[in-house]
Ligand binder design. Structure first.
Ligand code: GLA
Length: 764
């Protein structure tokens, strides 16, 4: 009888996809399917990131995914979290990824591990450690000997932690990923092959290895011995996404390794959402066809501390919240998307889904309170060096924070212009303690007007570093001032400034405490920028959302926990403060504000504010008729049919110019939209678009889904430029490539299901 019951439990577990025991199972690709213990298995994975969830809530979030009908947790391993300094590894506490996997197993979930080394993920430098940048000529994500040596050392440590947890050894790990979307970085099979070998040698030699990419570029780096999976988002045509894979490997199992439930937000840009119905329809279609998937993100959580990255082309720093418009919101509660999806998931299984767990914490509010203690930012300078050339943060061996650059000016009688080349990322310029201007890298700024100055006047440039770029070719993103600083006089003469005193202000709680204890001895030279400390009292702990609207820009620490960056421009105006970091009674808050405030108050509110921009509609591009450049004759024209993928246009003869323009006419009722445009010098030599900017656009919809014109060259196929439904076509987009380029061909990609006629122009 006992054994019959046991057999029943095992059969039920196999059917419902739960991990029956710690006994070894098998997982393999066979007969065109993913096979678990010899039977076809559909992966229904929930992507969760352990550092984006406070450890006390890990189990709750895993249970939430289980109740949604998921059978697997998919996670990245974040190299820069685990190796904060070269050769110093940390897999403990909040970083204990093996414990996270064991918790998943405890709740009957399988695990997919994605150990990078690069992960993207809107995470600082895509997971790569900043200290790699101390090597001036480092080649990231390529066969640079030092980079590869450090990758090997890291993956070995990952192997020590996680290889004992692969499925063949009785653990939950069924699949391990090699690199991450390498196709959107380059073409380099030798590099990707070495990463595969390093991962195998780290102990993942008996588990299924896979590669993920986009359907349009996966062939570039596809290795014959790995499983190929596709990444795409809500609203995509699922069949179209697997079409090319089906042609190349007709019997291969299909898996969408990242199905984007929503999208991430950037400072100064509209809040992003994706329709719940579309997301659920995509999952429903995949389940009907037995296609495996991982829902990225099922719960996004928070990029606490300084872990938020930045997007590129251009510089678009990500906000702290990684809510992602995901089914489980930032504080771990089910949303409308969650309930809709749960119904569909239930429909596709004969097993009753477990009840949805109660929230891990109640939500509380905290009445407004004042932060009465203050130390000027100057008190946070931990060390100063003298240097004739400028130095970056990395050269001075600091990972995160601000750098204060100071020098004495010569006599300048007329107003002049200060140019700060590569000010990364937010600069405030003072002359003798008076603020004369700001430099915002996001907006492509690099200059400030200076008033006349007396010989010996002190120039101070405070540069706050934000997240390092995590996407595209610009990931070697050094902080502080990475170029030169000079003054252009009224008569056109140029003075290059040297002999700097460079001070470091780390983004670090201990340094903040130190600054506050030194406050009395220091005089402010940078306005009200500095450290503000206050306390609030609570009777019972709970999650809350700290409203930072009265502060300018910086970082918040509560009881020593860094909550993440805030910036008054929005769209995020509150920081998630997990109750597990609070205590009954008195709690300490320190705000490090590099911009300063005259009203240092905070309050805790019951709901987040992720959607309040204080800079108008986000990125504003030249849209008035006066900004429209006069157009020469078109260099090419044609039509693009719906569903035809990338459209290649070879120009009859190469055209030279600084501006590339595309005019779109839509005949199918859609407003003109463009997912991507790329240009080539020759058939294979792509013109880098890292510094492209919008010169002019006739219409853009920044209110219904953030379809600003820069989305046409953000190298993300799932986002697109679109005019508003009310705008007439044709629509014109003029791109400033920064310098003159010789263009031989252009590739255009329309959003899924769109058709259009186009004309291309190259303007001097
Ligand atoms: C890609 C990356 C992910 C993440 C998403 C966007 O798919 O692989 O890490 O950056 O884009 O959220």
């Amino acid at each position: 009888m006992k054994s019959i019951r046991l057999l029943f439990v095992i059969a039920w577990a196999a059917l419902c996809g739960s991990v029956a025991s710690h006994a070894a199972h098998t997982f393999a690709v066979a007969d065109g399917s993913l096979m678990l213990d010899g039977r076809p298995f559909t992966v229904r994975a929930a992507e969760l990131h352990y550092p984006r969830i406070p450890r006390p809530y890990w189990e709750h979030r895993i249970k939430m995914c289980k109740s949604l009908g998921m059978n697997t947790i998919c996670l990245y391993v974040f190299w820069n979290l685990h190796e904060p300094k070269e050769s110093q590894f940390d897999f403990t506490g909040q970083n204990d990824v093996a414990h996270f996997c064991r918790l998943a197993q405890k709740h009957g979930m399988w695990v997919i591990v994605r150990p990078g080394p690069y992960v993207c993920a809107e995470w600082e430098m895509g997971g790569l450690p900043w200290w790699l940048l101390k090597k001036h000529d480092i080649g990231l994500r390529q066969l640079d000997p030092y980079f590869m040596e450090r990758v090997r050392a890291f993956e070995q440590r990952v192997g020590e932690q996680l290889a004992p947890l692969t499925i063949d050894r009785g653990g939950p790990i069924i699949m391990v990923q090699v690199e991450n979307e390498y196709g959107s970085y380059g073409t380099d099979k030798p590099y990707v092959s070495q990463i595969r070998d390093i991962i195998r040698q780290a102990g993942f030699d008996r588990v299924t290895l896979f590669q993920c990419d986009w359907s349009t570029n996966f062939e570039n780096n596809a290795l014959p011995d790995l499983l190929w999976t596709m990444n795409f988002g809500t609203g995509s045509d699922v069949d179209e996404q697997f079409r090319r894979l089906g042609e190349l490997r007709p019997t291969a199992p299909k898996m969408c390794s990242e199905f984007w439930s929503g999208w991430f937000d950037k400072w100064g840009a509209q809040h992003e959402t994706r329709p719940a119905d579309d997301m659920v329809a995509g999952i429903d279609q995949m389940l009907r066809q037995g296609i495996s998937f991982s829902l990225y993100m099922t719960h996004g959580g928070t990029s606490f501390s300084h872990w938020a990255g930045a997007n590129s082309p251009g510089y678009a720093p990500d906000v702290t919240s990684y809510d992602y418009d995901a089914p489980i919101n930032e504080q771990g509660l089910p949303t409308h998307k969650y309930w809709l999806l749960r119904d569909v998931m239930q429909h596709h299984t004969t097993c009753a889904l477990p009840d949805v767990p109660e929230p891990a914490m109640p939500i509380i509010s905290i009445p407004e309170f004042r932060l009465t203690e203050y130390a000027p930012l100057d008190a946070g300078i931990t060390s100063t060096v003298k240097s004739s050339p400028l130095r970056t943060m990395e050269e001075l061996d600091m990972g995160w924070g601000s750098v204060v650059y100071r020098t004495s000016l010569p006599d300048i009688e007329e107003p002049s212009t200060l140019t700060v080349d590569q000010c990364h990322d937010y600069g405030r310029v003072f002359i003798d303690s008076t603020l004369v201007g700001t430099i915002d890298r996001r907006l492509g700024q690099s200059a400030v007007n200076l008033p006349p100055c007396k010989q010996g006047a002190q120039l101070t440039i405070l540069v706050e570093g934000m997240g390092r770029i995590n996407f595209g070719r610009a990931i070697a993103d050094r902080k502080g001032i990475a170029g030169g600083v000079g003054i252009t006089l009224a008569n056109g003469d140029h003075i290059s400034l040297t002999r700097w005193d460079i001070g470091l202000v780390p983004d670090d709680y201990e340094c903040a405490l130190n600054a506050l204890s030194n406050a009395d001895k220091i005089i402010s030279s940078m306005g009200t920028a500095g450290y503000y400390r206050g306390y609030f009292h609570i009777d019972s702990v709970g999650d809350t959302f700290l409203n930072t609207e009265h502060f300018g820009k910086g970082q918040v620490y509560v009881n020593g926990h860094p909550l993440g960056r805030f910036w008054s421009i929005g769209p995020q105006q509150t920081l998630y403060l997990p109750g597990c970091w609070l205590q009954k009674g008195r709690n300490e808050v320190i705000v490090l504000d590099v911009a300063g405030t005259g009203h240092p108050t905070l309050l805790g509110q019951l709901t987040p504010e992720l959607n309040r921009l204080r800079t108008g509609t986000g990125r504003s591009h030249g849209t008035g008729p006066e900004a429209r450049p006069s157009m020469p004759a078109a260099v090419a024209q044609g039509a693009i049919a719906a569903g035809s993928g990338w459209h290649h246009v070879t120009l009859p003869q190469a055209a030279v110019g600084r501006y590339l323009a595309v005019e779109l006419t839509s005949d199918d009722g859609h407003c003109a939209s463009l997912a991507e445009i790329t240009a080539y010098h020759s058939s294979s030599d792509r013109i880098m678009s890292e510094n492209w900017a919008v010169r002019y656009v006739s219409g853009e919809d920044a209110l219904h889904g953030n379809h600003t014109a820069d989305k046409a060259f953000d190298l993300q196929e799932s986002t697109h430029w679109s005019c508003a439904q009310t705008d007439a076509t044709p629509q014109l987009l003029v791109i400033d490539m920064g310098i003159k380029q010789t263009i031989a061909s252009v590739n255009l990609l329309l959003p899924q299901g769109h058709a259009a006629r186009y004309r291309l122009f190259v303007i001097e």
